[in-house]
Write a protein that binds this ligand. Structure first.
Ligand code: GLP
Length: 223
């Protein structure tokens, strides 16, 4: 599906996610692209957006999402740095959020948005709350998310407290969404997300309002 979008237009726009879940997808994209010259060249025309970034980590920090994207995807493909967009969580964060929104408005939102899901139902870093934000914004990370992501750091204390993330409205503006969710630990979040009701307490449940979502999962979440 990702390669279909990549090859379908002169300026394909892809939305990328981080976390452990999409790593296999990125490996396959790299492999397939290197096996086909035409496919490899298509990456030169792509515009890439990322969902989120931790506040307080330098882009060279091994756990920053800037670093993750370089390491796991971009450095293996002929993408122009000017076409890669990842929220900046350094400096004037509010201004950066507005700039990210302006950029999305100018280019258009992704043709295809890849998503993972948090065990608490978050997408990007849109955490369960009384209200959800529509566009790119600064957010506090919940203890559940910081604990879940502690495995990437030396201790939970080193996991940043805040992040910048594209909003729920941004995610719903993608032409299509591909959600990847593997393992028993994602089952309850998936079940809630697709239960037939929408709640800000399970941000992924808003995906039910989107007309073109494809879920890849190894969990049976019916009933
Ligand atoms: C992270 C990211 C999300 C990701 C989720 C699940 O914190 N902000 O974009 O989908 O949590 O991560 P994992 O795939 O490692 O389970």
């Amino acid at each position: 599906m990702v390669l279909d979008v990549l090859t379908a237009s002169q300026q394909p726009i892809l939305g990328f996610a981080t976390g452990s879940t999409p790593l296999g997808l990125y490996r396959v994209l790299i492999e397939k692209s290197h096996a086909d010259e035409h496919l490899l060249a298509c990456w030169k025309r792509m515009i890439g957006y990322n969902l989120d970034e931790y506040v307080g980590l330098h882009p060279n920090h091994p756990q920053s999402y800037h670093y993750y994207m370089q390491e796991n995807l971009y450095r293996h493909l002929p993408v122009a740095p000017a076409r890669i967009h990842i929220p900046s969580a350094e400096g004037a964060v509010e201004e950066n959020c507005h700039a990210y929104h302006a950029l999305l408005t100018e280019t258009g939102w992704p043709d295809l948005q890849i998503l993972g899901i948090g065990t608490n139902g978050h997408i990007g870093f849109n955490e369960p709350d009384d209200e959800l934000q529509i566009y790119t914004h600064l957010t506090a990370l919940t203890p559940v998310t910081r604990q879940a992501n502690a495995r990437f750091f030396d201790s939970v204390d080193e996991v940043p407290q805040h992040a910048v993330t594209m909003g729920i409205g941004d995610i719903l503006k993608a032409k299509q969404v591909v959600l990847l969710a593997y393992g028993e630990q994602k089952r309850e979040a998936l079940r809630q997300a697709f239960s037939g009701a929408v709640s800000t307490r399970c941000p992924a449940s808003f995906l039910q309002l989107h007309a073109h979502v494809t879920i890849f999962t190894d969990q049976d979440v019916r009933g």
